[in-house]
Design a protein around this ligand. Structure first.
Ligand SMILES: NC(=O)c1ccc[n+]([C@@H]2O[C@H](COP(=O)([O-])OP(=O)(O)OC[C@H]3O[C@@H](n4cnc5c(N)ncnc54)[C@H](OP(=O)(O)O)[C@@H]3O)[C@@H](O)[C@H]2O)c1
Length: 191
């Protein structure tokens, strides 16, 4: 059993923490304004993109050697037309430069919270989480830790693929915001 620290008690924090709990792990949840006494073996950043910088400032030393999962979609909500990171990079790449001693993984950003909670996209297809990281062991560990969670995991490649995952997440959000797809639906990945 591993201890997971989940920053954020919102839709994604509860859905992702729930997946680890289903798989027999212990999740500790931290809301805004709360201070962690200790940081678990794995960290999930289930907060809005602009909130991550402050968490990294406060906990940089505690994240040393920890698997840190960035689930953010850095959407510019003022324009709803672009991302807040350069087109040839990603939020995760920028975070990894800020705290290079953490083991960075991009993940969970292409699956809506409701599909993580139910395990299904549109009630039809199994929810599949995509991961991108240069740390193959971290991805394998995360995949093992979710084995009994009811969802499946797909290794999407190295950290450079975080850029595509963020674009994918953005497209899915923009479709749902325009009510062309539902928040319980989205992209399903089939073999
Ligand atoms: N919702 C989705 O389907 C979905 C899908 C893919 C990716 N994402 C990404 O997941 C992240 C979370 O989204 P969400 O839908 O879960 O948002 P949410 O329901 O609004 O929850 C965000 C949570 O983060 C908390 N928070 C803000 N700053 C914090 C801090 N410094 N430390 C700890 N907690 C903090 C908020 O607390 P307060 O309310 O007290 O400020 C709130 O509980 C976002 O980056 C989003 O882009 C969401």
């Amino acid at each position: 059993m591993a201890n997971i620290t989940v920053f954020g008690k919102g839709n994604m924090g509860s859905a992702i923490g729930g997946l680890f709990e289903k798989s027999g792990h212990k999740a500790f949840y931290l809301g805004s304004g709360e201070q962690a006494e200790t940081i678990g073996d794995m960290v999930i950043l289930a907060v809005p993109y602009p909130a991550v910088a402050d968490i990294l400032d406060r906990y940089a030393a505690d994240l040393d050697g920890k698997v840190v999962v960035d689930i953010t979609n850095p959407v510019n909500f003022d324009t709803f037309d672009d991302l807040l990171v350069p087109a040839d990079s990603s939020a995760t790449a920028a975070f990894s430069k800020k705290v290079p001693t953490a083991r960075w993984v991009k993940g969970f950003n292409t699956t809506f919270a409701a599909t993580l909670a139910s395990g299904q996209v549109s009630g039809r297809e199994k929810t599949r989480v995509m991961l991108a990281s240069d740390d193959a062991e971290a991805k394998a560990l995360l995949t093992d830790m979710l084995v009994d969670s009811g969802i499946t995991v797909l290794d999407a490649g190295g950290l450079k693929r975080a850029r595509e995952l963020e674009a994918f997440g953005f497209l899915q959000i923009s479709l749902a915001a325009q009510e062309k797809i539902s928040w319980t639906g989205g992209f399903a990945i089939l073999d």
